[in-house]
Write a protein that binds this ligand. Structure first.
Ligand code: PHE
Ligand code: ZN
Length: 881
């Protein structure tokens, strides 16, 4: 484990490398305890670099076995090797020379899951961001692009499958029961895209013909016996390949495309050139073991990694400050793919919920950073919701500013101009400026300034003059290291909704800020006037969530109810209802805290019933609309002095009020949505299941009867319905035999299938209440649990700390203490995962004083632990700062 050096990397310090590595030949002699890696590097000094300039290669925990320059063993005086670097001082005078580096590594000991490691006896690699330096000494930076040839040697019996990037070459048998395979990737790539897999896996094959007529062999490699669970992933892959051709004109460029599912993986998946490596959770699915959410995640992540082939691989990042260049753009692309494959409105609402649930708290807390950060201590900690999700929003805004045709022209120019390069965010924005003839300099602040802008709006209607005046103001709260903010360019799509629910006509009096249904805020304050408005309209603002801002419109409840019923923009309908719910829940939580019973407005309760029954709306939308804001969402909107117990109480009471008001209608709807048809994962069927399951939740909470959920659990023909019933049993009912039996049954059925059992861990970890800490602690002793497997950890400890507000934030601090114990244990083996877990404490300052003090105590305890890794040190220090 690399411990913290305290070094801070800064964007302004970027310098191009003095050396290039045009060709890299790697030979792996694989064995669990001792793998020999031979790297033959062609090194080239950049023009103008003096011959005496030393070559410093990156390493991380490496053992050097031998070193040769142009075939001659290097003299001990000519280099210096430490585990973390290899420095060569006397180099050949020729511009180009060859280095042969042999290192020794132990994949079996690698618990950090970075570099080359073993997962279930399968050799696999993870090199982004800086894992390649754990394999061999290299210029491990994304602007050093090299053509790789890889030879893998391994045991034929235990590792019959040998994969690397690019196209397959020679294969053959070797002495001693070993064999080899050679792979060659013709596309120059940075080291973070290198990958190798060797093991005994089952292969599912298919093929795809590109629009250019290239036949591509597709392979998905999974644990034996799991082949049947790859059907959906393969289908999603082929649809992704087709979509990128149709939507962006991008075809695949190699003869093969391989996907490998591994069970130990720090993140979701990795876009290594031609060889994507996946967390098995995002590949394996069938109706019996995966929920609709799993299917949707698989589709999105398969697409995401595939789309990286152009946005990330063919055009990569100059340095890690530019991470959003590939991630924000690729998230935007996968969101568009899902919108086209499923329902655009439902996808948008889901994406905004994710953004608000993950990115807004980040942007509003101590870990806030710009979409393109300017400094970091540990790059692993910058794979954040800001870089990914807000990064995608910024690309979406560019498309909204330019319109679809100019946006596509800009993307075409991007591929044409930068193919084969390591690019910057400036270069990305420039292609749109050039394609559209626009100046995007003020817009560029979206990449540079952290913080969620606040936008307030107030409308006044002058009946006599038929004029609507709107005053809008923007402000951006200070964030760490940025106390003064510049005024941003904020595009707000809008409509004026008339009394019949349809959009009204208007004429902008001062046209400069209003264009094609979008208000462009470019100043701190705007006073806008619209004439020819025949009646008092309701203002529908930030349609489709055109800008990632916090919006407060001064309007009365009746207007908001009206918009929730009639707005032509489905996103805004959802938003209006959600805002109403949040307002009501905050008021109720404040009453609950004082021990006073809240009372819920009848118009809101009635509206929920109407939406549930509205057949003109797709079921998935109705399900989203009926989903009450999560406890964490309510807390975020409250902002300070948060008492999670009061929030839970308020939320439960509102669910009860809605459920009992519509008990009969909901029971009928629940029955009507019961489908006897065989399971299909399509979005229409998933939407009906989602609606039925949210109705089940209302029926359960209002009746207090466990029998309905117990029956659904027992009768379920798919995991979506089964897991939903189990969740209702866990959250809505106290201890009962129904509940105990269902949980015991689930464990019996799936105890040998860790991925499925994760749902069992997750549902219990999320069940609210003070006993959760003890439950989770006990589950930590379950034989299927493991501190070294990231999926298990996230299912149990991750869920507990992020989705169980009352358990994690238990008033006596026991939740925090348990959490810190685990984080410190995990940190010793896998610092990256520990650091990510630790971000669960980032909003500690908004808690009420008692919990705040306890959270601070536990953060200080972590901070004073000995030998903290760079990863955890960075998160804890910034959280406390
Ligand atoms: N680049 C991966 C993705 O978003 C994420 C990742 C980062 C995976 C670092 C592993 C390590 O597609
Ligand atoms: Zn990505």
């Amino acid at each position: 484990m690399r411990s913290d050096t305290g070094q801070v990397f800064k964007l302004e310090d970027y310098r191009p490398s003095d050396f290039r590595i045009p060709a890299t030949e790697l030979t792996f002699d694989l064995a669990p305890e001792r793998t020999l890696v031979t790297a033959e590097l062609t090194i080239e000094r950049q023009p103008g670099v003096a011959a005496k300039t030393p070559l410093v290669l990156d390493g991380d925990g490496l053992t050097l076995v031998s070193l040769a320059i142009d075939g001659e063993a290097a003299g001990a005086a000519s280099f210096r090797a430490t585990p973390d670097s290899l420095t060569l001082r006397s180099l050949p005078a020729a511009r180009s020379f060859r280095l042969t580096i042999v290192t020794e590594i132990a994949p079996a000991e690698n618990a950090a899951l970075m570099g080359l490691y073993l997962s279930n006896s399968v050799y696999c690699t993870q090199c982004e961001a800086e894992g390649f330096r754990r394999i061999t000494y290299f210029l491990d930076r994304p602007d050093v692009l090299s053509v790789y040839t890889v030879r893998i040697e391994a045991d034929l019996k235990t590792a019959p499958l040998l994969l690397s990037n690019g196209n397959p070459g020679e294969t053959g048998e070797l002495n001693g029961g070993r064999h080899f395979a050679v792979w060659h990737d013709p596309f120059p790539k940075p080291s973070y895209l290198f990958a190798l897999v060797a093991g005994d896996l089952a292969t599912v094959s298919d093929s795809f013909e590109t629009m250019e007529g290239r036949k591509v062999a597709l392979g998905i490699h999974v644990e034996h016996g799991k082949q049947d669970r790859t059907t959906y992933a393969m289908d999603a892959l082929k649809r992704s390949m087709k979509w990128d051709e149709e939507r962006f004109g991008r075809a695949y460029d190699l003869d093969v495309f391989n996907i490998v599912a591994v069970s130990d993986f720090n993140m979701g998946a990795m876009e290594n050139k031609g060889l994507n490596i996946f967390n098995d959770k995002y590949v394996l699915a069938d109706p019996e073991t995966a929920t609709d959410t799993d299917f949707a995640n698989i589709e999105a992540i398969i697409a995401h990694e595939y789309f990286h082939n152009w946005t990330g691989n063919r055009i990569t990042c100059r340095d890690w400050f530019q991470l959003c260049l590939k991630e924000g753009l690729t998230v935007y692309r996968d969101q568009e793919f899902t919108a086209d494959q499923r329902s655009r409105a439902v996808e948008r609402i889901g994406d905004v919920r994710t953004l608000k649930g993950h990115q807004f708290p980040e942007d509003q807390g101590p870990l806030a950073h710009p979409v393109r950060p300017r400094r970091y201590r540990e790059i692993n900690n910058f794979y954040t919701a800001t870089v990914y999700e807000k990064g995608a929003e910024v690309v979406r805004m560019i498309q909204a500013l330019l319109g679809p045709d100019l946006f596509r022209a800009g993307m075409d120019l991007y591929f044409e101009r930068h193919d084969g390069e390591a690019a910057t965010v400036e270069e990305f924005v420039k292609v749109f400026e050039d394609a559209a003839g626009r100046d995007l300099s003020q817009f560029f602040l979206w990449y540079q300034q952290a913080g969620t802008p606040n936008v307030t709006a107030k409308a006044r209607y002058d009946e006599g003059a038929r004029v609507l005046a709107i005053d809008i103001e923007q402000s951006i709260p200070p964030t760490p290291g940025e106390s003064r903010k510049k005024v941003m360019h904020i595009p707000l799509a809008f409509g004026l909704v008339g009394p019949d629910g349809s959009d009204m006509d208007w004429k902008a009096v001062d046209g400069a800020s209003v264009e094609n249904g979008v208000i462009h805020l470019r100043k701190r304050k705007h006073a806008l006037r619209f004439s020819g408005v025949s009646e008092r309209p309701r203002l529908s603002l930030n349609r489709g969530f055109s800008a990632p801002v916090t919006l407060s419109v001064e309007e009365n409840r009746a207007d908001r109810i009206f918009l929730a019923r009639h707005d032509g923009d489905l996103f805004c309908r959802w938003q209006a209802l959600n805002t109403l719910m949040v307002e009501v829940l905050i008021a109720a939580a404040n009453l609950c805290r004082d021990g006073r019973p809240p009372d819920f407005p009848a118009d809101l309760v009635a509206l929920c019933g109407d939406i549930a029954a509205d057949e003109s709306l797709e079921p998935a939308f109705r399900a989203l609309a009926l989903t009450l804001p999560a406890e964490a969402d309510i807390a975020r909107e409250m902002g300070s002095n948060i008492d999670p117990d009061a929030i839970l109480a308020a939320r439960t009471l509102l669910a009860e009020a809605i459920g009992s008001a519509h008990a009969q209608a909901f029971a009928a709807l629940y029955g009507a949505l019961d489908s006897k048809a065989p399971f299909t994962p399509d979005s229409g069927s998933a939407g009906r299941r989602a609606l039925r399951n949210i109705i089940l939740d209302y029926l359960a909470v209002s009746s207090g009867e466990a029998s309905l959920a117990a029956r659904q659990y027992a009768d379920a023909s798919n995991m979506t319905d089964r897991a939903a019933a189990l969740t209702v049993l866990a959250t809505r009912h106290g201890e009962s035999t129904d509940k105990a039996e269902a949980f015991a049954d689930f464990e019996r059925r799936y105890r040998t299938d860790a991925l499925v059992l994760d749902k069992w861990f997750q549902i219990q970890a999320a069940a609210p209440g003070p006993a959760a800490v003890e439950t989770v602690r006990a589950l930590g002793e379950h034989p299927a649990f493991s501190l070294t497997n990231p999926n298990r950890l996230r299912a149990l400890v991750g869920t507990f700390s992020t989705a169980n507000q009352t358990g994690f934030h238990r008033a006596d601090g026991e939740g925090y203490r348990f959490f810190a114990e685990i984080v410190l244990q995990v940190e010793k083996k896998n610092p990256q995962v520990a650091a990510r877990l630790a971000t669960a404490l980032r909003s500690w300052r908004s808690l009420e004083p008692g919990r705040k003090a306890l959270a601070r105590e536990v953060l200080l305890r972590m901070s004073s632990a000995e030998n903290l890794s760079a990863d955890l040190r960075d998160i804890v220090d910034r959280t406390l700062a």
